[in-house]
Design a binder for this molecule. Sequence first.
Ligand code: GLU
Length: 450
Amino acid sequence: MSPQLLDDKVEPIYQEVLRRNPGEVEFHQAVREVLESLGPVLVKHPEYKERKIIERICEPERQIIFRVPWQDDKGQVQINRGFRVEFNSALGPYKGGLRFHPSVYLGIIKFLGFEQIFKNSLTGMPIGGGKGGSDFDPKGRSDDEIMRFCQSFMTELYRHIGEHTDVPAGDIGVGGREIGYMFGQYKRITNRYEAGVLTGKGLHYGGSLVRTEATGYGATFFVHEMLKAKGQSFDGKICTVSGSGNVAIYTIEKIRELGGKCVACSDSNGVIYHEKGLDLDLIKQLKEVERRRIKDYVDYHKDAKYINNGNIWEIPCQVAMPSATQNEINGKDAQTLVKNGCIAVGEGANMPTTPEGVKVFLEAKIAYGPGKAANAGGVATSALEMQQNACRDSWTFDYTEKKLEEIMINIHSLCYEIADEYGCPGNYVVGANIGGFIKVANAMVAHGLI
Ligand code: GLU
């Protein structure tokens, strides 16, 4: 299946991105997906074309690459590569997570940083876009090794970040433990207790309630809104959620609260299928407390099935929530989902559907919520954490969750209305891309040529 053609006005911009960023295929994919929506925007707003706003948005403001040396438990020296891409600060300080995973290279960080610009804009909060990480593989590493790595990583990163400059958080491989070690090192080096420099902090030192749950809860609120717009609800719906990390866990929790039934989740080795509904407490115990693999689930539930190397998208469901990683749903998976009766897809992960898969969902006219809208609840709650830090306050769980829900409802309405305005009703891809772009573009016009 061929991807959508690009408008004449944006094709040369895409060609220049390809030329300037060779081999960075995930970045190309993320840029292309946004540019596919922007042709009609340039017709309505010739000032964006004159001022080369799209060309400027595609070029990061700053890219930092650094060596991260550390010693493992055997005393061996290890070298990793660290990244921070400060993509766009038109709306606020750079904001976005850090990913520690062996697949990380500049192209992954740039795709994530690029998506983050539009996602952060959609939240309506004052945050720009950035992303960072390392090709460090935390799997199988001891707590001490993780600490030494995080300290070495921050020993370089600290000079580039700050509460008004760039505010990192977690992503794949970076959770509360890693944020704690990095915060400690930042505090030690700078001699400043600057709570707002990182988000996703522990609750006892400036973290926000609901931040842990936020990405999964937010994605579920978004899907709930999409279902409502179709006159439906989660009630009684069979759902599958890929992954079993932070996003997946709190997606399963909120789906259950809203009346849906999750029957499957996964990790990079295989899939758990439990027809009577997943045991969430067990998943939390295995993943959050004991840091084990999901295959151990069947030791506790004999009626559940573990499918080694299985494909979760072959399990029939009405709602699918990809919450693992990029490009986990291809064109064929998307066809299988649609054929099996899936009516809604909400992306908890960043760019989990390939362009072929997206095309299948849009042509089938199912409710498809792209990551930059559906998973914006995580970073939105990071912005709420920054607000609390700025006024040295901490809000209750219920108050913070209500704010998150309002933000997700607003993102949904914005995407829905813009899709209508641009003649593509129900197309949340167009709504999210244009809705996210316009605010950034207007701020860039206001700031002049910088
Ligand atoms: N990594 C998350 C994301 O993809 C959260 C980033 C943040 O909280 O800054 O949006």
